[in-house]
Structures are given as structure tokens and as C-alpha cells.
Design a protein around this ligand. Structure first.
Ligand code: GLY
Length: 585
């Protein structure tokens, strides 16, 4: 019997007898060729199992904070808020106070799912041409590396609003911030993903004295084995805990953030921070092979295009083609392309542009797109414009999933955009600042850092939210929560989330295998089929024979997920990064 053919239920029975929650199992893919010893995070073949709650995140310390909060009687939202604050300390490249994101919340008793949009906004003084150089071309340095790149952060008010509206009521916001403050003040070991990411960010962080003070020891970033202590961040967290989220948006902390942004050439004011508000949105919904898909609506493109692609795929027998087969991968790639073409044209901030969500997610629309797919040939190069190779870095954003004993769940993706944002810690606050303004279209038809083409619908405008690809998602079966998933990965977030769902629903993989399986990505432009290591050379040759411009690259995403079935929770953290952890109770 092959393990990947076992449904999660059978696996659950098998594993309940043989594995304590949190146990690690044999590697399914080779570890990354890094010199550091593999710790608790080798690739996993089987999910972790539990019955009373599960947290899966990109950092073990943060996962444990979430499990601790569940143990204190907190619900999934309480745990998720605590994880969100903890990741700002333990995963500074993506966890944040100075960025923004999206939280999907499912409330089991109310049978209600809501979407909290705490995406950054453009400052009030932003203009459509602010990222164009004198020649009228996009100025990528300005939109990624200077103070102009910084959007008004949404994370603190977003997490606080989640707690206020949907927390259990048993724990205060201060209770949920306390573990993060403790980690920041006591310090955390530089190991795992932190030790991997700091050297790569050395140039970015090293240009700002306030960032050097936190992340450097002498002339170098903190080495593996050192301790990262963040006293200013601890003080900021304590201030928020004592005075509430407004203390981040008004008063000394806000003044310091605005001063740091302006000192770096930006336009954000203290008034922009004071004006920031999260939005409660209605999720976007679709179905796939009888399961209900509930995901993030605009200003994320994630949910809309996840459903659009699934609608196209529903017309194919993917299971019959076989997981990892050239036929299945070709079908996936050809279904991805029209969705990304639509993204470039139609998607933007819904407060500024009419996004045709119903049309894009309609089964009948997908049928018209499906008709154009040739099962034997990739769409010709003439149908797409040539482009730059895509960046393969995958750790800019972070996703975590939480389910509690009552079936309440959180699917949260948040980000600084690039790894460590612009690399600038606002002096005296410990807060790293985002470069989310690059997610706007600097010019219609121009590409952003992820090679994504954007249109007028995503132009820079005062107080607008830049278009995102973040795709925090729930899958329901017969009205009951079945899967919580999502991922970082820039433009690849949508296709990563898609493939976890397809791996579970079509290919019947257990959750750990669904998360670990090699992934592909095609975003229409540039005309490149990105493939992770691990797809067989035979398959790649068949894809090339069909006309795909295949490029094999590094890792894609970090899909920290939870599955619920028959009272059992299965958790899987992504083996692509060190230090990820799914843990239950
Ligand atoms: N910053 C990446 C995204 O929001 O899609």
C-alpha cells in the first residue's frame, strides 16, 4: 500500500496508534544544501495529528506561542493574533508590525466566514506617476528601496480588530502580545530560517544604521548561533499591549515611523498612520468537485484567480492523468495563464475600480477559457510578450493556519512584501518597514518585482490598497471545515495554494505530501513555466515537447496548512524552509 494513496482518515487511524503529535518522519525531498545541521524541520511525509487544536506556521517559536494560547482557553483567532505578533519578532523577514495582510476567519458556531483586510494603503500624498523616472519609465529602485516604497502599515490594527471582533473574550490583547514581547526582550537564537535569511539581507539591512543596530554584530549580520534581541520592538509591543493599537498609529511611535519614512525619501505622514483602518470584507466563494472554496476577495487577486483556475481544471480528469504527469502539469499551466492575464487587466482596489468578481469566478466563463486550451500544445509564444526571468526567492511573505477544538479557524497571510521590506527599522521602534507600494502598477503594462503585469485598475492613488496575490483560503465539505491553506511566494502564492488543494482533492495525497510535492508556476507573462526541483527529467522533457519554456528553479512558497476530518486535525508545515512547524494539542 502506498502512503500517498491513503486518505487522511485512514492515515489518521494508522498514525494515531503510532505517532505522538509533533513527531517528525522520514524526508520526502532532499534537504536544502546548506551547511547548518537539520533541526526539527526536515521534509515530512506525514502530517502531525491532534484533536484539540492545531497551529502551522513558518516558525516553530511562533507556532508554540499559538498552541500555548489555545491551551489557555483562547480560540483560533486569539491564537492567530498571538502568532501574528510573535512572527514579527521571530520571522522578521516577513512577520511584521510594519506591513499588512489578510486574515480569513471561520466561526464554526455562527457558520460564518469573514475576511479581514489589513492591507497597507498608499499615503494620502501618493500620485499615479510617483514611481516614474523623468523618461516616464518605472523607477524600480524608488518603489522597492526608498521611503516612497512604504505603504501605511495595517498589521497592528488588523490583528487588534480580529481579536476585538472574533476573539474568545477570555484573553486580552495584552495577553496575546505578551509572548511576542518576551521573545523580543529575552532574545531568540539565530538559527533555522532566520540564520538562512539574514546573510541574504545583509546589504539591504546594512545600509541603515538603525537596522544595523538590531541585526548586525560589528560589520556582519548576526551569525548562526548568536542571539537576536529586539529591545525597541519589545517596548513597542508593550506600549501596544498597555495602551491598545491606537498607540501604534498616533503619538510617539507613529511620529517615529513617519519620520523614518520621510528620512528615507518617503511621503508618509503621521496623519496617514492615524487615518489607517482595516476593512471587513465578504469572502469570494466557488466550488471544486463538490467542495466549497472560500478565499480572499479584492484587493487581493488571490481568491478570484484561485477559483477561476479551479473552475477551468474542474473540466479535466486530473486524477486520471496522475500527479506529476506531464499531462496534468500541462493542464495546470494552461489553466494558470488566462487567470494571470485577467489579473493584469481587471484586478485592483475595489474601492476605486469595479472588479468583475462574479464573471471571473463563473463556471460558464471558465468553460470558455477551457475551450481554448490545447491538450497537446502550450499556448504559442506569439500570444505572450517576452519578459524577464522571474525571481525565485520565496520567503517574502508568510502564511499560517490555525484551527481550534470547536472548529473555528484562521487562515492568515501577511507581509512586508520583499524579505525584510526596505530593510529599514524605524529608529526607536524596532519596526521594519514594508515596500508594498511596489505592488501597485507604476505604469499600465509595466511589471512589478514579481514580473506581474498591472493595468489602470491597479494604478497608484491616494489611500488606495495595492493589488495583492495573497490567498488565505478555506475549503469546506458538506458545510464543514476541511482544509485551511495559503502561502507566501509573491506571484506564485495563487498557484501554490492551488496545487495544495489539487494535490489533496484530486490526487488524494495526505496533507504533508500535498504541501511538500514539487510545484510548477506559470503567470502568463513572462512566458516561462517555472518548475521546482524534484519533477522528473522525463516529465520536463515532455512539457518542453509540448512547447513550454521550462525553467527549473528553487523553492516556491511555504504552504503551512491544516486539515480537519472526522474530529481529527492534520497539520503540515512546509519543508522548503528550516524552522517551520505544525503542532497540535
Ligand atoms: N506583496 C505580495 C502580495 O501581496 O501579493
Amino acid at each position: 500500500m502506498r502512503l500517498h494513496s491513503l486518505p487522511v482518515r485512514a492515515l489518521g487511524l494508522l498514525l494515531a496508534l503510532s505517532q505522538p503529535a509533533g513527531a517528525q518522519t522520514a524526508p520526502v525531498v532532499p534537504p536544502a544544501p546548506e551547511p547548518a545541521p537539520i533541526q526539527s524541520d526536515e521534509a515530512r511525509l506525514l502530517p502531525v495529528l491532534a484533536t484539540r487544536g492545531m497551529v502551522s506556521s513558518q516558525d516553530a517559536l511562533a507556532t508554540r506561542v499559538g498552541v500555548e494560547i489555545l491551551g489557555k482557553g483562547g480560540n483560533a483567532v486569539d491564537a492567530a493574533v498571538a502568532v501574528g505578533f510573535a512572527l514579527a519578532v521571530t520571522l522578521p523577514r516577513a512577520g511584521n508590525l510594519g506591513g499588512g495582510g489578510f486574515m480569513m476567519v471561520h466561526r464554526a458556531a455562527a457558520r460564518e466566514t469573514v475576511a479581514i483586510d489589513y492591507r497597507e494603503t498608499a499615503p494620502a500624498a501618493a500620485t499615479a506617476d510617483m514611481f516614474l523616472n523623468p523618461q516616464g519609465e518605472p523607477d524600480r529602485a524608488a518603489s522597492t528601496r526608498t521611503g516612497k516604497a512604504v505603504g501605511v502599515p495595517g498589521t497592528v490594527r488588523g490583528l487588534a480588530e480580529a481579536h476585538r471582533r472574533y476573539g474568545s473574550g477570555k484573553l486580552t490583547l495584552a495577553d496575546l502580545i505578551a509572548p511576542a514581547e518576551k521573545l523580543a526582550r529575552a532574545g531568540i537564537p539565530v538559527e533555522s530560517g532566520l540564520a538562512d535569511s539574514l546573510p541574504r539581507a545583509s546589504g539591504l539591512l546594512g545600509q541603515w544604521p538603525s537596522s544595523r543596530a538590531v541585526f548586525f554584530e560589528g560589520d556582519h549580520v548576526l551569525p548562526r548561533g548568536a542571539t537576536l534581541t529586539q529591545r525597541d520592538l519589545a517596548d513597542t509591543l508593550r506600549t501596544i499591549a498597555e495602551q491598545g493599537p491606537d498607540a501604534f498609529y498616533q503619538g510617539p511611535i507613529a511620529d517615529k515611523i513617519a519620520a523614518a519614512v520621510r528620512g528615507a525619501g518617503g511621503i508618509m505622514t503621521a496623519a496617514d498612520l492615524a487615518a489607517y483602518r482595516p476593512e471587513i470584507r465578504t469572502p469570494v466563494r466557488g466550488t471544486y468537485r463538490g467542495y466549497e472554496i472560500v478565499s480572499m476577495p479584492p484587493p487581493s487577486s488571490g481568491g478570484v484567480h484561485l477559483i477561476e483556475i479551479l473552475n477551468i481544471l474542474e473540466g479535466y480528469d486530473l486524477a486520471g492523468m496522475g500527479a506529476g504527469s506531464a499531462r496534468a502539469l500541462h493542464t495546470l499551466a494552461e489553466a494558470m495563464k488566462p487567470a494571470y492575464a485577467d489579473r493584469a487587466t481587471w484586478l485592483g482596489d475595489p474601492s476605486r475600480t469595479k472588479v468583475p468578481v462574479a464573471g471571473l469566478t463563473a463556471k460558464s466563463y471558465a468553460a470558455t477559457l477551457r475551450e481554448k486550451i490545447d491538450p497537446e500544445r502550450a499556448k504559442s509564444a506569439a500570444e505572450v510578450k517576452a519578459g524577464d526571468p522571474l525571481p525565485y526567492e520565496s520567503d517574502q511573505t508568510t502564511h499560517f493556519s490555525v484551527v481550534d477544538a470547536e472548529g473555528n479557524a484562521v487562515s492568515n497571510t501577511y507581509t512586508l512584501n520583499f524579505s525584510y521590506g526596505i530593510g529599514l527599522v524605524a529608529e526607536g521602534t524596532g519596526v521594519l518597514l514594508n515596500n508594498e507600494m511596489d505592488d501597485f502598477s507604476a505604469k499600465s503594462g509595466a511589471r512589478n518585482a514579481y514580473g506581474l503585469v498591472g493595468g489602470e485598475a491597479n494604478a497608484v492613488a491616494p489611500s488606495a490598497r495595492p493589488l495583492s496575490s495573497m490567498t488565505p483560503t478555506f475549503v469546506f465539505r458538506d458545510g464543514k471545515l476541511f482544509l485551511v491553506t495559503g502561502s507566501p511566494g509573491g506571484s506564485r502564492i495563487i498557484t501554490t495554494t492551488l496545487q495544495v488543494i489539487v494535490n489533496v482533492l484530486d490526487f488524494r495525497m495526505n496533507l504533508a505530501q500535498a504541501v511538500a510535492a514539487p510545484r510548477i508556476h506559470h503567470q502568463w507573462q513572462p512566458d516561462v513555466l517555472m518548475a521546482e526541483e524534484g519533477i522528473s527529467p522525463d516529465t520536463l522533457a515532455l512539457l518542453r515537447a509540448k512547447g513550454h519554456n521550462v525553467k527549473v528553479g528553487a523553492t516556491s512558497g511555504s504552504a503551512n496548512s491544516v486539515m480537519a476530518e472526522d474530529g481529527l486535525l492534520a497539520g503540515a508545515s512546509d519543508p522548503r524552509q528550516r524552522g517551520t512547524l505544525a503542532e497540535g494539542r
